[in-house]
Design a protein around this ligand. Structure first.
Ligand SMILES: NC(=O)c1ccc[n+]([C@@H]2O[C@H](COP(=O)([O-])OP(=O)(O)OC[C@H]3O[C@@H](n4cnc5c(N)ncnc54)[C@H](O)[C@@H]3O)[C@@H](O)[C@H]2O)c1
Length: 310
């Protein structure tokens, strides 16, 4: 797969490296507003070429070079220490500019958006590109859901692979956990608690949810970026498209009536295959969870309005 990466920072480099190590990329162009940085990342990634499972061509390039890409990952931007929504003012114009240039260059592949605030920037890329919504995917709460799996797994002393858990809504402060949907393998959490009461003595759902929400900031405080979770979740999306996996992931998709919501990008389980978003799923939520979903959707809508797009 020919992959383009916009933003050669902490996320861009790990997305590229992960795509190389998983054998998903045949050709990568990495771009940054700081040209020397993109060039250095490309050379550094090339240094590991002999170790990748299949050969990859890697170089730096401009927006205009992205016309022949199969998929472009948007991961430029500067993390705000305030909150993810605060990044919008810094990223809005730049995203509009490069999306236009990339489409004008003939790009007709998939956009996978990571730049924050990711639900709003994904909507912007969708609108500015004029692409069908199945071809524009936001990483959304894919990362938060992976984090939730790990936090629950650590608390219950079980593998994260046996935890089926979802974070819904905005990839941001208003996200929430629909606890009615959490399963340990095929047992719902209430059943599992009945058979393992001792494991739940210190299990506080609000605290688990808070810890998941805070996790990105806790990592950011120490190292100034977060990389490994996002690098893998983005590459799960890339692999799903490349291999037509039809896997169900949690990510940001344009809703069109699901949960009574429309014209916004927000996370829900979606099936991803060779056409990008193949199907969206509406979970059977409790009344309280529906209320929380509406609240998080209203935050996204408020910020979409600030984009001031037609
Ligand atoms: N959605 C998620 O789950 C998730 C997770 C981690 C980070 N992020 C977001 O990803 C983005 C990047 O984070 P990071 O840690 O890599 O930041 P970073 O500062 O390490 O790298 C960002 C890079 O983007 C470049 N850049 C800025 N404007 C550009 C433009 N117009 N064109 C090309 N390159 C440009 C910068 O020069 C920099 O090299 C941020 O918006 C961050 O909030 C999202």
């Amino acid at each position: 797969m020919k992959i383009g990466i916009i933003g050669a920072g902490a996320v861009g480099e790990i997305v590229a490296y992960n795509a190389c190590m998983r054998g998903l990329a045949t050709d990568i162009i990495i771009n940054d507003i700081i040209k020397e940085k993109a060039e250095s990342q490309a050379i550094d990634l090339n240094d590991a070429r002999a170790f990748y499972p299949r050969d990859v061509k890697i170089r730096s390039g401009e927006y205009e070079d992205m016309g022949d890409r199969d998929l472009i990952v948007v991961c430029m931007g500067k993390i705000s220490e305030k909150d993810r929504l605060d990044e919008l003012k810094g990223n809005k114009e730049a995203v509009e500019e490069f999306t236009r240039k990339i489409v004008d260059a003939g790009f007709d592949g998939f956009f996978v958006v990571v730049t924050n605030p990711v639900d709003i920037i994904t909507y912007e890329v969708y609108k500015v590109s004029g692409f069908a919504p199945n071809k524009v995917i936001g990483s959304g709460t894919a990362l938060d859901s992976a984090r939730l799996q790990v936090v629950i797994a650590d608390t219950l002393n079980i593998s994260p692979k046996s935890v089926n858990a979802t974070v819904l809504g905005e990839h941001g402060e208003s996200q929430f956990v629909p606890w009615s949907q959490v399963k340990i393998d095929s047992m719902n959490l209430v059943e599992y608690e009945k058979s393992h009461p001792e494991k739940f003595e210190n299990f506080d759902k609000d605290e688990v949810e808070d810890r998941t929400r805070r996790r990105g900031w806790d990592i950011f405080k120490g190292k100034g970026s977060t990389q490994y979770g996002i690098g893998n979740t983005v590459n799960n999306i890339i692999a799903a498209i490349k291999n037509d996996e039809r896997i169900i992931l949690k990510a940001s998709a344009l809703l069109d009536g699901e949960y009574g919501l429309d014209d916004l990008y927000i996370s829900t389980p979606i099936m991803i295959g060779k056409n990008g978003i193949e199907e969206k799923f509406e979970l059977d939520l409790t009344d309280d969870e529906i209320e929380r979903l509406k609240k998080t959707a209203s935050v996204i809508k408020e910020y979409i309005a600030k984009l001031d797009l037609d």
